[in-house]
Structures are given as structure tokens and as C-alpha cells.
Design a protein around this ligand. Sequence first.
Ligand code: FAD
Length: 454
Amino acid sequence: MASTLSPDRLHALSSRFRGDLIHPDSESYDSARAVWNGMIDRRPAAILRCKSIADVQSAVRFAREHELPLAIRGGGHNAAGLATCDAGIVIDLSGMHDVVVDPARRVARAGGGATWGDFDRATAQHGLATTGGAISTTGVAGLTLGGGLGWLMRSYGMSCDNLIGAEVVTADGQLRRASEAENPDLLWALRGGGGNFGVVTTFEFQLHQVSTVLGGMLLYPLTRAREAFRLYRDVAKWAPDKLTVFAGMLHSPDGIPLVAFLVCYNGPAEEGERVIRAIRDFGAPVAGEIGPMPYTALQSMLDAGFPSGLHVHWRSEFVKSIPDELIETVVSAYERVPSPLNAILFEQFGGAVSRIPRDATAYDQRDADFNLVIVARWTDPAHAEENVAWARSLSDAARAYTTGRVYVNYIGAGEAPDRVRAAFGDDKFAKLSAIKRKYDPTNLFRLNQNIPPG
Ligand SMILES: Cc1cc2nc3c(=O)[nH]c(=O)nc-3n(C[C@H](O)[C@H](O)[C@H](O)COP(=O)(O)OP(=O)(O)OC[C@H]3O[C@@H](n4cnc5c(N)ncnc54)[C@H](O)[C@@H]3O)c2cc1C
């Protein structure tokens, strides 16, 4: 397929599109086609930076009429590179990032291209927030559509659990509303089923009162990693919903290997201090601190550690518990890590996430206690092979202790298609396929973790 559009097609497109049309001859083409993962190098025929719902409708109809591959870009952070494509159309929503808050109803409406930074800034003005991702540059769209895990999920459920409505341009170019009252099957599918059902132009979220949290991170030498993870699994057993702790291994900017506790207590600092005493008692950290901070500060605390442009291979697996053997597997793998940019993280689930009925959303993994995330990152393409092999072999070795289920937003590039089914389970996959058939019978939206029409 040609990687450019013929002059006739370009003319036809520009006559009905009011946003920015970026094509291979445009000055901004290279910056516009780049996504967060620097390993992804695709050349779309056109990037349509939409300014309105009408633009999105024109773009969807154009791609359908001309049978072009169609990718949707929210925040562009998907590690598998799902926000772009070769020789097709990218609907880029980054220009549609407004967030409007109704403090009386505790509801926020966010454009399809908003980031969590946009979202949290707007809601924080009213002392409100909802569960969002832990890095402020990540897109509200992709993260919510796949589930959405973050610091507040044990208090309020995942991002998708707080999604109460959406406006969606479906494959026929129509704008549809999804809510409990209108197209409830579509809302159910958007709560975790990914970008399969159309282009979401507006997300509507339930908000909660959140302003200051007790948060931060404590860092210790990697030699203490085994005992740190044993403490972590104990803390997770009794942690109240207000406490969320992630624990992981990483290198400091000057190359020192470390183990870290990352903490959010969503409540008064004094109460939180009592709750986290066991973590404080682990000893004086070599770096980091925990203290009262605005929720927005916690939300951007990790941003500098996750810049865009690095080459990334990402794997993940849910685990029910963290036995000593799994601790040994991950720590010994990290002791042999080929790149200091690589990291391993356990994310704590449970709390409100586990109390929401399994049938309530397309998102499925409500009974796993942790998610194990393996992130390999490097700068020189020549180091790709050893880093990908490191992540793969650790993920294979860890599989003996995992549930075999995966978070759809963390499926890495090149993983087998059966991993998508593993994210939902056979029953939900079948239900999502049926909803897909209703809203996208020809699988126009297939450049995603795809659920083909049943
Ligand atoms: C640094 C980093 C930190 C992360 N932290 C977290 C975290 O804390 N919690 C968490 O749950 N996940 C996290 N993730 C994973 C994240 O949820 C996924 O990468 C997600 O896909 C990112 O959403 P996006 O909008 O930025 O992605 P994009 O790459 O733009 O899109 C991802 C997918 O969503 C679809 N999509 C995007 N926008 C729309 C839309 N408006 N309508 C319909 N479909 C759309 C795309 O087609 C694509 O399939 C993180 C990822 C990174 C890179």
C-alpha cells in the first residue's frame, strides 16, 4: 500500500477537514508521527489533527470510504505503538484536550486527547479527582479504555469504573452517546474493552474529594531487595483501601541499583503516618521521602523517569501473591539487567477494584492482588536484542507464579493475539465480539488490542 495519498485524495480530504492535515511533505511530519516508544517508527499517509467532532467524523468516513488503515491517537503512550500505522490515517486527538468540571455534580468531561496532567489540573482546582494513571503525560483515552490503574483505584475503583458516560464516533461516522441510559452495552465495552468500538471524543467521569495525600517514594540499595519485597507483600495483606503501595527496582540517574517503595495514602497525613509505620521502620532510605503533598504533585512525581523517545519493550502479568520463589526470580533477573534504564514493578490491586462485580465492566482482573510489570528500555538500537530477550525470559520465568492473565494496556509489541483473549476471559471476549459486531461490523477500528466482530 502506498505510504502517501494521491493529490486527488489529499484534495478530497482537505476539502472536508478543518483541523491540521499533516502528510509526509509537511514540516511537522516527523514530530507528529513520533509516539512515546522510540522503537516505533511508522509512516502514516496522513495525520489528521482534529479540532472538532465533525473533523473526527470526516476522518472516520474518509478512512472507511478509501479502505485505509486507521489508527487513533489519544496520548500516544501505548508501548506497543497502537496510536500510529504505516500507510494509513492517524486520527490525532491531541488538539481536543479540554477538561470541563461541574463541581456541584462532581463530574468532569474530558476531550478524547486530554492527558492526565490536563485532567488533574482542572479537577484539582475544585479539590476533586478520579483514578488516573501514575504519569501525567499518559492519555486519559487509552488508559481509561483499557481499565486504568493508579494511586486512587483502591479507594474508588479503576478509571473505567468511574467512567459514567462517553461520546463516540462509531464506524458509520455517527456520533453516539454511551451511558447507563443510552447504549449501555457500548458504555460497558468502553469500560476496559480498549479502542475497538469507535473514536471517543468526550469522556465523562465521576469525581471524588481528593486534595492532599501522604505520598512519595523511599529508595534503598538493591542488596535489600529481597527483604523489601517480603515486607511489601505483608503490608499489602493488611493495607486499608486508602493505602496503595507499589514496589520496584530501578537505577538512580547516576546508575546506582535500587529497590523502591512508592506510596500513596489517600487520607489525612497523621493517620497515614500511623498506617505506613512498617514501611518507615524498614530503615533510613538512601534517597526519597514521603510527606503530605498535593495529589497533582504525586501524579507527576514519576514523569521525569519516563520520558518519551527511549526504545521500550514492555511485559506484564497479574499475580495472586508474591511467594519467595517469585521474589528470587525477579531480584536475580534485576541483578543481571542489561540496561540501567530497565525497571521491574509490582503494582498493588485489591480494595475497591476487587469489590466491583466482575460483570460490571469489560475490564476483568478484579481478583489479582498484584500486577508485575517488566519494562526494558535502551537508547542504542544495537541493544534491542539483549533487552527484549531479558524482558521475555523474565516474563517466561515468572509465569509459573502468575495468573496467566494480562492487563490489556500493558500487552507489548509482538505478543501473541491470544493475549488479548487472556485479558478478558472467554466469556467477556465473546460478549465484546458481539458488541463489536453491532458498532463496527467491518473491524474498521482494528489497530488496537483487537477484538474482531463476532
Ligand atoms: C510512561 C507510561 C506510564 C503508564 N502508566 C500507567 C498507569 O499508571 N496506569 C495504567 O493503567 N496504564 C499506564 N500506562 C499504560 C497506558 O494505559 C497505555 O499505554 C495506554 O494505551 C495509553 O493511553 P494513550 O491514550 O496515551 O495511548 P495511545 O497510544 O494514544 O492509544 C492507545 C490505544 O487507545 C486507543 N485510543 C486512544 N485514544 C482513543 C480515543 N479517543 N478513542 C478510542 N480509542 C482511543 C488507540 O487506538 C490505541 O489502541 C502507562 C504507559 C506509559 C508509557
